[in-house]
Design a protein around this ligand. Structure first.
Ligand code: NAD
Length: 251
């Protein structure tokens, strides 16, 4: 099946659907200037050492890992990124009268900035800090101001413990309430779309299987093959910012 045919099939499925579940990955935001992890220009290929920053054990035990992590966050493209045509198309889909649940693996907040209100952040958010001791959460800009004034590894103002962005690192559990809400939306959907994800990070990727076992049709929009292509009704391998507006326009 070529991409045009898959696009026609995908649009037909969405048109008929009442409940749509959308799983979003880092590929959705590459056209906003935020690199993914596993794509051809992803962080794992350009800077493999960066993986340590996302490992919770290394982060907890090594001050140098935390220092590097904060420098990476300070210069992250997430801070200045804007939603792209893909985010905007998904926000438009939610206005079409269907029930649309968006579960994002992204931490950048761009889907909400595009106007979507019902977004489940499976992997947390870049825009808040969390204290790993007392759980105190606050806006990230406060930590950035402390870094700008020379601190290298800011500690919690309340209890002195280690701070992180409020995101899920490798080795950490997902918030069970957020995961459960996504699981139910996937199990109940008529159509699931997986957009811009290599579908290699679990448990998020497993939501495709939940949708398919519940009788939902799966549409995959991703530049590269994924482990779930075989169970998808349509696989579209074109740039998301180009193809998602086309798909939404056709319903
Ligand atoms: P991933 O890096 O594993 O996969 C991204 C996929 O998107 C790749 O297969 C790539 O080929 C595809 N892709 C990239 N740009 C595309 C485009 N314009 N059109 C079509 N396809 C495109 O991403 P993942 O599956 O989301 O897993 C990575 C983890 O990294 C997630 O858990 C997420 O929390 C985190 N992450 C988030 C961000 C962000 O918030 N923007 C950025 C990088 C990583």
């Amino acid at each position: 099946m070529d991409s045009d045919e898959a696009l026609t099939i995908g649009a037909g499925l969405l048109r008929a659907a009442r409940r749509v579940f959308v799983l979003v990955g880092a590929g959705m935001s590459t056209e906003s200037g935020i690199p993914d992890f596993r794509g051809p220009r992803g962080l794992w290929r350009t800077n493999p050492a960066a993986q340590r920053v996302f490992d919770i054990d290394a982060y907890l035990s090594e001050r140098e890992v935390r220092r590097v992590a904060w420098q990476m966050r300070l210069s992250s493209p997430i801070r200045t990124a804007r939603p792209n045509a893909g985010h905007l198309a998904l926000a438009t889909l939610a206005e079409s009268g269907r029930t649309v649940t968006i579960a994002t693996q992204n931490i950048d907040g761009l889907q909400q900035m595009a106007g979507s209100s019902d977004v489940l952040e499976l992997h947390g958010t870049f825009w808040r800090s969390v204290c790993l001791g007392c759980g105190d959460r606050r806006g990230i800009e406060e930590v950035f101001r402390r870094l700008d004034s020379g601190e290298e590894d800011p500690d919690c103002r309340a209890c002195g413990a280690i701070l992180r962005t409020d995101t899920v690192a490798f080795g950490q559990e997902l918030d069970p309430d957020v995961l459960s809400a996504a699981w139910h939306a996937a199990a109940d959907c008529d159509v699931a779309m997986a957009i811009g994800s290599s579908l290699g990070v679990h448990p998020a990727a497993g939501l495709c299987e939940v949708a398919a076992s519940g009788g939902g049709d799966l549409i995959i929009l991703n530049a590269e093959p994924t482990p779930y292509d075989d169970i998808a009704t349509a696989v579209i391998r074109r740039p998301i910012g180009e193809v998602l507006p086309l798909l939404v326009d056709r319903i």
